[in-house]
Design a protein around this ligand. Structure first.
Ligand SMILES: Cc1cc2nc3c(=O)[nH]c(=O)nc-3n(C[C@H](O)[C@H](O)[C@H](O)COP(=O)(O)O)c2cc1C
Length: 193
C-alpha cells in the first residue's frame, strides 16, 4: 500500500475527553489496517494557534502549519462531542480555515460522542455534509458513542468496538488494502437470467 498520512482531530474543548478516547481507538484501528503515519491533533492543544485567527491570512506560523497538516492528510479522522445538536463551533472554525479544495478526493472518517442517543445521527446530518462540501470520500460507517457507552473515559461497549473495526475495514478498502475483499463479479453473473 502507498505511503499514507492519517491526521486525526478531536474537536472537544475539554480534557479529559470521551471523544479523545474514541478518536484514539479509531486512529489505532486505521493504522493497524493501513500502516498509515499518524498525526493526532487536539483542539485543546491547537486552539491558542487557530482560534484567534478569524481568517487564514491571520494565522501565525504554528497555526498555518497545523492547518497545512490537515490539508496534507490522505485520511482525515474527525471526532467531535455533540454541542447543541451539532459539532462544536470551534471544530467548524478549524475547517473554515482549511482551503475549500484541499481535501478533495481524500478519505474521511467521522465520529462523535454525545450525552444520550437522541443525537446519534449528528455524524450523518452535520458532519457528513461538511465533508461532502470538501469533496472527500467519507466512509459509509460512522461511530457515535453516548456517555453510557463509556466507563468513565474508557470505551465499555462491544457495539462501539465492532463499528470501529468496520470503519477500519472500509478505510482499508478505500485506501487499496491488499486485504480488501475483491468485487464478487461471479455472484452477479450467477444471478443473471
Ligand atoms: C455545551 C454543551 C452542549 C452539549 N450539547 C449536547 C447535545 O446537544 N446533545 C447531546 O447528546 N449531548 C450534548 N452535550 C454532551 C456532550 O456531547 C457529551 O458529554 C460528550 O461526550 C462530551 O465529549 P468530550 O468528553 O469529548 O468533551 C453537550 C455538552 C456541552 C458541554
Amino acid at each position: 500500500m502507498r505511503d499514507l498520512k492519517l491526521v486525526s482531530l478531536n474537536g472537544s474543548p475539554r480534557a479529559p475527553s470521551r471523544t479523545e478516547t474514541l478518536v484514539q481507538a479509531l486512529g489505532a484501528a486505521i493504522v493497524a489496517k493501513t500502516g498509515a503515519r499518524w498525526r493526532h491533533l487536539r483542539l485543546t492543544d491547537i486552539a491558542p494557534h487557530v482560534m484567534p485567527a478569524l481568517m487564514r491570512d491571520a494565522l501565525g506560523p504554528v497555526g498555518e502549519a497545523i492547518i497545512a497538516n490537515i490539508e496534507e492528510a490522505d485520511i482525515v479522522l474527525i471526532g467531535t462531542p455533540v454541542y447543541r445538536a451539532s459539532f462544536t463551533g470551534a471544530l467548524k472554525h478549524v475547517f473554515d480555515l482549511v482551503h475549500y479544495d484541499a481535501l478533495r478526493g481524500r478519505i474521511a472518517v467521522l465520529a462523535a460522542t454525545g450525552g444520550n442517543r437522541h443525537h446519534g445521527l449528528v455524524t450523518e446530518h452535520q458532519l457528513r455534509p461538511l465533508l461532502s462540501f470538501f469533496g472527500t470520500f467519507t466512509v459509509p460507517t460512522t461511530v457515535y458513542a453516548e456517555v453510557a457507552d463509556f466507563n468513565e473515559y474508557a470505551i465499555a461497549s462491544s457495539v462501539i468496538y465492532d463499528r470501529i473495526t468496520q470503519v477500519a475495514a472500509e478505510v482499508g478498502r478505500l485506501a487499496g488494502s491488499p486485504t480488501a475483499r475483491p468485487h464478487p463479479t461471479e455472484l452477479f453473473e450467477e444471478a443473471l437470467p
